[in-house]
Design a protein around this ligand. Structure first.
Ligand code: MSS
Length: 391
């Protein structure tokens, strides 16, 4: 058998220590012992998820803005067709945020007895990133686009084309675009915060991460941050695209593991992977790690959709009977990860430590993440449970 290709052989500029899930399109995750070393995840370590690849896109090198066409069409007064180089002349906005695949943590469904189909991500299908570019609303104003007030959704299409024979559908996503900010806060955040990013971590966006132009919507799952933006459409409905209807959604009602017919999924009985759920991840000790008896420092990160602050990260040594509150440090951006830490006395033996975050709306992680089972295993946010061997 041939040795599986290393991350640096799959995508130019990636670190060989990344865990490759799919070498064809380039899907790889960051081991936690690397992820935890950086406040902003450097490009050589950032995870990748591609449904299909932009031609020549398997590299951390950038693609020039000049010569990259973008169009804004649909229910608008004036459609706009422009060269992406215009974007650097408009007022720039920068945002630090967690970029996370909605499938991140999918392997935990299997770990707790309810496997879900798809890439078996650990916790490393995420990273902390900084994006910069003009706000979408400023681009619209610049070109006097004026979306119609009945346009309730924004659909963004990437210029990655499905392989001719691969049978994969084109990639696009719809996001809520609310024209009624008084009553509908979902959609208002897209209006206020969406940017057409042209930089990542202070440099032109690496091709593999969606350069030269990427839609960035802080607080939303990775999939909604469409790479290689070619077309933006304003419409009254969500797109019927395969990736919007049959993928990247979860049922609106509880389903028993294995008991859900994905073919019957539609707009009425499911919702898209939009807002990220509240989540805490243990960065140290790592699951299964050996530590010395005495006082042990546990630490990690926590984040949510940025709509309300994280208020507590709770830690339990006794399967949730009692909890203690970790010290949390808020980031300078509501969409970035919080750091949490706690020192716990640990006696010799095997222990399981549970961690869960709670935000100001009281949104918390379920102790048993399997309660939110869904056929594609999206949006895992069960309390993080790690085993430590104390000696
Ligand atoms: N975009 C495009 N155009 N294509 C594809 O495929 N994918 C998704 C996003 N965007 C895609 C896009 C996903 S799905 C994700 S996660 C993200 O992206 C990732 O990113 P990076 O940069 O990391 O690679 Mo799941 O939710």
């Amino acid at each position: 058998a041939q040795a599986a290709p290393k991350a640096n052989e799959v995508v130019i500029g990636k670190d060989p220590r990344l865990i490759v899930h799919n070498s064809k399109t380039g899907v790889m995750e960051t081991p936690l012992d690397i992820l935890r070393e950086y406040e902003v995840t450097p490009k050589q370590f950032l995870y990748i998820r591609n449904n299909q690849v932009l031609e020549g896109g398997k590299t951390n090198e950038p693609i020039p803005l000049e010569g990259w066409p973008v169009e804004i069409v649909g229910m608008v007064l004036r459609p706009a067709h422009f060269d992406a180089s215009v974007l650097k002349d408009l007022p720039q906005h920068e945002v630090k945020m967690v970029l996370q695949c909605s499938g991140n943590g999918r392997s935990f469904f299997a770990k707790y007895g309810a496997k879900a189909k798809g890439t078996q991500w650990g916790h490393g299908g995420m990273g902390q990133t900084v994006w910069k570019g003009p706000k979408l609303v400023d681009v619209l104003a610049h070109f006097k686009v004026e979306p119609h007030e009945a346009a309730q959704f924004l659909t963004v299409n990437g210029r990655d084309l499905p392989p001719k024979t691969g049978g994969r559908p084109d990639f696009e996503h719809s996001l809520p675009w609310s024209n009624d900010p008084e009553t509908d806060w979902i959609g208002r955040d897209v209006m206020e915060n969406a940017i057409l990013a042209i930089e990542m971590n202070g440099e032109p966006i690496p091709a593999v991460h969606g350069g030269p132009v990427r839609l960035i919507v802080p607080g939303y799952y990775g999939t909604m941050n469409v790479k290689w933006v070619g077309q933006i459409r304003f419409e009254a409905r969500e797109s019927y695209n395969y990736n919007q209807v049959f993928r990247y959604r979860v049922p609106l009602y509880p389903v028993e593991p294995g008991q859900y017919d994905k073919k019957k999924q539609g707009f009425e009985n499911s919702r898209p992977n939009w807002h990220q759920k509240v989540k805490a991840v243990v960065f140290a000790p790592l699951d299964g790690e050996q530590v010395k008896a005495g006082t042990v420092k546990f630490w990690g990160v926590a984040w949510n959709d940025g709509v309300q602050p994280i208020e507590q990260v709770l830690v339990s040594k006794d399967q949730g009977k009692t909890w203690v509150s970790a010290k949390i440090t808020a980031p300078d951006s509501p969409y970035a990860w919080y750091k949490w830490e706690i020192y716990l006395p640990m006696s010799a033996g095997e222990h399981e430590v549970w961690v869960r975050a709670i935000d100001r709306w009281g949104r918390a992680q379920p102790l048993d993440g399997v309660v939110d089972w869904n056929p594609s295993g999206y949006e895992w946010n069960g309390a993080d449970k790690i085993k430590v061997k104390v000696s």
